[in-house]
Design a protein. Structure first.
Length: 249
């Protein structure tokens, strides 16, 4: 894998041209989500391309869009290319300072949020169930989203999801060697259905699906915040779980 190609895509996405186009254009699909922040400010938090080792992780988790935390030390318009690349590639590395036990580094650059990120905790547990063993965040799995701009409660996602997915998803997944894609929530599920022309049921597994030039096993689960049964080992049957683990182990 050409690391220059990966970092080039990362930086291109972080500086997505649709942001400046959408900022003052109310008719642009991205207008609502971009205006969750003030784009004129240097502290504008950049879109999140992916987190973790996209190239080598055997599982790629795909959700709707990243939530925003203005207290986090997170890439903004002032960050250098090298710092942005280090952040997303090494966000969960024990050798970096960006997170600590799934708690985010705060803007002071020294302290961490007192709580770990609930969404990350839930995803981590689901991936452990998929492997049937303990896993390392960012190594055994990476994470990305259908929509890359940050917002609260998925505000603006419905309007911009088609454009964002069309612009970025195939390029991201083409750089991933993931054998298993785990889709979390209805936005990711709809993206899969639109792309493949094959709908997933309430939950389920589809094997041998070619996405971005590679055969993948695709798993859909309810969003980690959903008020319904969402644990992989409760939602899927034994043969589906066995199929996932055979693919991974």
């Amino acid at each position: 894998m050409d690391l220059n190609e990966m970092n080039s895509l990362m930086l291109e996405l972080c500086r997505c041209p649709n942001i400046s186009l959408a900022y003052q254009d109310e008719n642009h699909p991205c207008h609502e989500i971009v205006n969750m922040q003030d784009y004129s400010q240097d502290g504008f938090q950049l879109p999140e391309p992916w987190s973790g080792n996209l190239e080598s992780a055997s599982v790629l988790c795909i959700a709707s869009n990243p939530s925003i935390n203005l207290e986090e030390s997170y890439p903004n318009k002032l960050w250098s290319d090298d710092r942005i690349s280090d952040f997303f590639n090494n966000r969960f590395s024990e050798h970096s300072q960006w997170t600590n036990n799934r708690r985010v580094l705060l803007a002071d650059g020294e302290s961490y949020h007192h709580k770990s990120v609930a969404f990350w905790n839930n995803v981590h547990r689901q991936v452990e169930r998929a492997y049937g063993r303990s896993v390392t965040m960012g190594i055994d799995y990476a994470m990305t989203e259908i929509v890359h701009c940050k917002s609260e409660s998925e505000i603006g996602v419905d309007r911009c999801k088609s454009l964002c997915a069309k612009t970025w998803m195939n390029r991201i997944i083409s750089l991933s060697s993931a054998k298993v894609l785990i889709l979390f929530g209805t936005v990711a599920k709809q993206w899969f259905g639109d792309k493949i022309g094959d709908k997933l049921g309430k939950s389920g597994v589809k094997n041998g699906i070619t996405i971005a030039g590679k055969s993948r096993l695709v798993v859909w689960l309810p969003h980690p915040n959903a008020r319904e049964v969402r644990n992989l080992t409760s939602v899927l049957n034994e043969s589906e779980i066995r199929l996932i683990r055979m693919s991974l182990n």
